[in-house]
Design a protein around this ligand. Structure first.
Ligand code: SF4
Length: 420
């Protein structure tokens, strides 16, 4: 098989790894227009660097052969599909050539498990090591850790890549036993903890010795499949919160389960639960940047996220006695709790208040979504529209032309970057 055929198979096989901002989009180029949002057959996707830059990555599997038979996975060993494996040199050549042509700024490399975890991890390590040492490749590298791989291989890989990630796959041990019984939870959590500790100790080491090599400078992440097993959002978000606190994850990628296999253990669904994935990302955003705790968003009484309203609005409905928030007096943390006021607009409010008293006329210019915020705020003690009945506010929000699903209509995926 020539390299191009391998590339077609292994780039397509990598599409289930959620590292791309464009995942879920299927709009393709029409009428000789410019650009194409559908997944590229040669595996170029976009991701976000630690400084917020959007970067293009060559996203590919080293091999789509796998010794495992995870029920939810397209590449499981029992599936009959075209298979291939690159050589180390082929991945390096493709990366260097794509980079020279300015197609990519980095590499996202994962793999099915060949022979065993150590054997596969050694091959992946060889790719990144040669790229850095023999080809002086300075582009971004995100490498997937093969669960169960030797710690020494992970340590060495961490010195050559920007980001490592170990896929946690499913939200609970029970789910893993049911759908990926050959995988052990410990083989996933132990390397995560090791990487988290190593990142911390490396940070201290580099304060003392400036020449100490950086270990995983862009941090670690993980991927969690949503909807293949029955855990509610409550369990998923509590797990994510723990991972952020305990193993210092940069981020959790929630990946809506794509129904590629039919098996009685899997839920019957035709489309991936993209709306649920989107709500989880919004809730995750609240935990990471808006100082919410997971238990405030979902808990034993409210175990699932409301598909009709974003998680911050849902929290506001359950806590109407927290409101109204006076725009001219509230502190930063309080402003962040208001639906329709985001991180930047909260900062803008604080800055603008130093120059004078704010009125409702000032707010849209500062990025506040008044259609959403109006029921929760006052300016100089006055409401723009006073309603203190939850149902009425919900109806008004649904009636306004906001990007929320209309009751009873199919849900669509929303932007991750709207003000929540
Ligand atoms: S180990 Fe990974 S590639 Fe192999 S079957 Fe499981 S999820 Fe798929």
């Amino acid at each position: 098989m020539d390299v191009f055929n391998k590339l077609q198979i292994l780039a397509a096989a990598a599409k289930y790894d959620a590292s791309c901002a464009s995942s879920g989009s299927s709009r393709s180029n029409v009428s000789r227009g410019l650009g194409n949002a559908s997944s590229s057959p040669v595996g170029i996707c976009h991701s976000w660097a630690a400084d917020g830059r959007c970067i293009s990555l060559f996203k590919v599997l080293f091999s789509n052969y796998c010794i495992y038979d995870c029920v939810y996975c397209a590449n499981r060993r029992s599936n009959d599909l075209p298979r291939s494996t690159f050589t180390v040199e082929e991945v390096i050549d493709l990366t260097i050539n794509f980079y020279r042509r300015n197609y990519i700024e980095g590499l996202f490399l994962s793999s099915g498990v060949l022979k065993n975890a150590d054997y596969t991890m050694e091959l992946l390590l060889l790719v990144v090591k040669k790229l850095r040492l023999e080809h002086s490749f300075n582009g971004y590298i995100h490498l997937k850790v093969i669960p169960g791989a030797n710690q020494e291989l992970i340590r060495e890989a961490g010195l050559f890549v920007d980001r490592l990630s170990v896929n946690i796959e499913l939200p609970s041990e029970k789910g893993l036993q049911m759908l990926a019984p050959e995988k052990k939870r410990d083989d996933i959590l132990t390397p995560m903890k090791y990487i988290g500790n190593k990142i911390n100790s490396n940070r201290e080491e580099r304060k003392l010795y400036k020449k100490a090599l950086a270990f995983v400078p862009a941090g670690q992440s993980t991927q969690l499949i949503v909807g293949a097993s029955p855990e509610p959002d409550y369990q998923i978000l509590h797990l994510a919160e723990q991972l952020y606190q305990k193993v210092k994850l940069r981020r959790v990628y929630y990946s809506a389960y794509v129904p590629v296999n039919s098996n009685p253990l899997l839920p019957t669904m035709t489309f991936p639960p993209l709306k649920r994935e989107n709500r989880l990302y919004q809730a995750d955003w609240l935990i990471r940047f808006y100082k919410f705790r997971a238990a405030e968003i979902v808990n034993a009484q409210t175990p699932v996220l409301d598909p009709d309203f974003d998680p911050k609005s849902s929290w506001a409905f359950r806590n109407l006695d927290f409101f109204p928030v006076e725009i001219n007096k509230a502190n930063y943390e309080t402003l962040l709790r208001v639906p329709g006021i985001g991180l930047k607009s909260s900062q803008r409010i604080l800055s603008a208040r130093r120059l004078g008293t704010l009125s409702f006329d000032h707010l849209p210019k500062m990025g506040i979504v008044l259609k959403r915020a109006r029921y929760f705020i006052t300016c100089q003690g006055r409401f723009l529209e006073k309603i203190d009945n939850e149902m009425l506010i919900k109806q008004k929000l649904l009636a306004a032309d906001l990007p929320v699903a209309k009751m009873g209509q199919p849900h669509q995926q929303l932007s991750l970057f709207e003000e929540v």
